[in-house]
Write a protein that binds this ligand. Structure first.
Ligand code: S3P
Length: 166
């Protein structure tokens, strides 16, 4: 418990910030997407393609429950973790939820050129980013704090997080 959950849209820096914070604080870091790939022995894009997003959400929920019982860890969650209200409850009960945000154009720049995100494998990824952001904005707002990473360095984001959790 007393965990730090990094949530937010794809490309907002959750994994990089989580790793950096773990180095700075000595806390253990878990990337939930990596854990899911280890448990499923396949890539997230394969899970979406062969078993659908709904199946992925089930595995994601289970993985979150498993890590939530650990102590003082930093967890980088997948961008869709906030869709299930029970996930929010689990995170609130066992730690603080930090939402990383970024401007749509920054998200587009950061995610362009990477093909591992099934939800962004569409013809018009800019439109898709704007569509999903709109759909999720109220859910990301349930976090304890939000940090806009668009113009910040890793160090600056980490400092903002630590100001809040210390
Ligand atoms: C998703 C985000 C991805 C991954 C999956 C679904 C989403 O994680 O969990 O592709 O629904 O936003 P990242 O946010 O780490 O890219």
């Amino acid at each position: 418990m007393n965990n730090i959950y990094l949530v937010g849209f794809m490309g907002t820096g959750k994994s990089s910030v989580g790793r950096f914070l773990a180095e700075q604080t000595g806390r253990k870091f878990i990337d939930l997407d990596d854990l899911i790939e280890i448990k499923e022995k396949r890539k997230i894009s394969d899970i979406f393609a062969k078993d659908s997003e709904a199946y992925f959400r089930k595995v994601e929920k289970q993985a979150l429950i498993e890590v939530s019982v650990k102590q003082e860890i930093i967890v980088a969650c997948g961008g869709g973790i906030v869709i299930d209200p029970e996930n929010i409850k689990v995170m609130k009960k066992t730690g603080k939820i930090i939402c990383l945000t970024a401007k749509p154009e920054v998200i587009l720049k950061r995610t362009k050129g990477y093909s591992h995100r099934p939800l962004l494998k569409v013809d018009d990824s800019k439109k898709q980013i704007e569509f999903l952001l709109k759909k999720r904005v109220a859910l990301y707002a349930l976090a304890d704090i939000s940090i806009d990473t668009s113009e910040l360095t890793l160090q600056e984001v980490a400092e903002e997080v630590l100001k809040f959790v210390k």
